[in-house]
Design a protein around this ligand. Structure first.
Ligand code: 13P
Length: 248
């Protein structure tokens, strides 16, 4: 892990969590959940952003959103804008998650439009990239990642940015990339980012849990994790932070 970047453990709650469950989570996190050299963030569903902003701030946990729309306001029923995310206290916004790309057919062009708007409103995008199983098996992983990272073409290297490499076949499946696959792919992602003029943090995501986190976080080029299922319970999320504090 690069010494200039702080390891980030980020919990993507996806479409999970009621108000009461989230307040119980906050309470169970304890007084001081984020150690000095590990950054901790949670991306709850939109409905929980406002109520969680202050309790998370008090605990040093950063708030993020799971998506946003590519306009600031107007007649876009059911959409949430970057202005609203800032108003709710968000620092991060996840963009390009494979569940958005696959289920909602989000294109690279749309993702870039959202990224530009996120930067305009001082949000830090967590750009998700990752290949499907067939793509890995046919040897086209790097080509897929290269195409997804091409959304950064022409973007100033100084913008706030985190990239999350999440192999689609590892998301919610319990299958984790081997340390060798993680090392190799992260090396490629860092190299490609460098070629595009960016030197940002790269997280790993996909079935990260307390049993496999130490091996993943120890891999060269991994600077944190984007966690789905294991971020829903305060005890497993806390364990992940503790593991990161030892390994990072
Ligand atoms: P899981 O940790 O549940 O596999 O989800 C990973 C993910 O998609 C995080 O964005």
């Amino acid at each position: 892990m690069a010494s200039s970047t702080r390891c980030l453990i980020a919990g993507n709650w996806k479409m999970n969590g009621t108000l009461q469950e989230s307040l119980d989570f906050v309470q169970a996190l304890g007084e001081n959940p984020a150690p000095e050299h590990v950054e901790v963030a949670i991306m709850p569903p939109f409905t929980l952003l406002h109520p969680l902003a202050s309790p998370f701030r008090e605990k040093g946990v950063r708030l993020g959103a799971q998506n946003m729309y590519c306009e600031t306001s107007g007649a876009f029923t059911a959409s949430i804008s970057p202005v609203m995310l800032r108003d709710a206290g968000c620092h991060y916004v996840i963009l390009g998650h494979s569940e958005r790309r696959d289920i909602q057919h989000e294109s690279n062009a749309l993702i870039r439009k959202k990224m530009d708007l996120a930067w305009e409103y001082a949000l830090e995008p967590i750009l998700c990239i990752g290949e499907h199983l067939e793509e890995r098996e046919s040897g086209s992983t790097n080509a897929v990642l290269k195409e997804q990272l091409a959304v950064l073409a022409g973007v100033d290297g100084g913008v706030p940015l985190t990239v999350a490499y999440e192999p689609v076949w590892a998301i919610g499946t319990g299958k984790v990339a081997t340390p060798e696959q993680v090392r190799e792919t992260h090396a490629f992602v860092h190299e490609e980012l460098k070629r595009l003029g960016h030197d940002c943090r790269v997280l790993y995501g996909g079935s990260v849990n307390p049993a496999n986190a130490a091996d993943i976080l120890a891999c060269e080029g991994v600077e944190g994790a984007l966690v789905g299922g294991a971020s829903l319970k305060a005890d497993s999320f806390t364990q992940l932070i503790e593991i990161a504090a030892k390994v990072a």
